[in-house]
Design a protein around this ligand. Structure first.
Ligand SMILES: *Cc1c(COP(=O)(O)O)cnc(C)c1O
Length: 231
């Protein structure tokens, strides 16, 4: 085994154990949580090693990097999650290589996503990103805008509403924010019973997210190590 492979395998084992322990603590089955490994800033060679180690879901947050990596790894049967800010003029391109877009935060991106999904020829799983910050300028739709946006996703052909996604607010404890998010997720589920996904939890707060019902955790640095400096 190469050193990098060994390191990734060891990190994955720790993260899987954390997920299992968090699930046990709240009486959930570990299989009820999907691990999405966030590979942003790391090369396609790492994605390949991860796939070989049993990872099935990867997350990326920058369009150009994601597009290139997805193309390089097209032979692998991975599910690609786009978790970054969507530019409306790039939405169609993102939908062409993504299986899930977790960061739908305004109606303006829906037309592009619809077009990209149509070109791909199958429905695109979408999550509405919720802002838990109450601060303008941070990613995500304000809580009050989530239901109307979710209804618009439902009304868009080619898009499948699967639930909500959020990042914990900066500098505040994650638990109350994730509890609030769980309430928003329940409201969205009442629009469509298929919208069961709750994507929350990163390397530092996956336990709190699982406690609040997360079905997907997005883990970067705990698996891949500290991110290299931005070039
Ligand atoms: C980078 C990123 C993550 C992973 O963060 P870590 O703290 O490295 O686990 C999760 N979600 C989003 C939206 C991200 O941009």
């Amino acid at each position: 085994m190469t050193q990098r492979r060994q390191q990734l395998a060891a990190n994955l084992a720790v993260v899987r154990e954390r997920i299992a322990t968090a699930c046990a603590g709240v009486g959930r089955r570990p299989e009820s949580v999907t691990l999405v490994v966030v590979t942003k800033f790391f090369p396609a060679s790492d994605v390949r090693l991860l796939a070989d180690l049993g990872v099935e879901h990867v997350g990326e947050n920058r369009h150009q990097e994601a597009e290139a990596k997805a193309a390089e790894c097209a032979d692998l049967s991975l599910t690609w999650h786009f978790i970054g800010t969507l530019q409306s003029n790039k939405a169609a391109a993102v939908a062409r290589y993504s299986d899930v877009v977790e960061s739908v935060d305004r109606a303006k991106v829906l037309r592009g996503l619809e077009r990209g999904a149509d070109e791909r020829g199958h429905p695109l799983d979408c999550l509405v990103q919720v802002s838990l910050d109450d601060a303008p300028g941070r990613a995500g739709a304000a809580v009050a805008d989530v239901l109307p946006l979710a209804e618009q996703v439902l009304a868009t052909p080619g898009l499948a509403l699967r639930g909500v996604m959020a990042v914990a607010p900066l500098g505040r404890p994650p638990l109350p924010a994730f509890e609030r998010l769980a309430g928003v997720a329940a409201d969205v589920r009442s629009l469509d019973p298929a919208a069961t996904w709750l994507s929350a939890g990163m390397s530092g707060d996956l336990e709190q997210a699982i406690q609040c019902g997360a079905t997907h955790v997005r883990i970067g640095s705990a698996v891949l190590g500290p991110r290299p400096p931005i070039k």
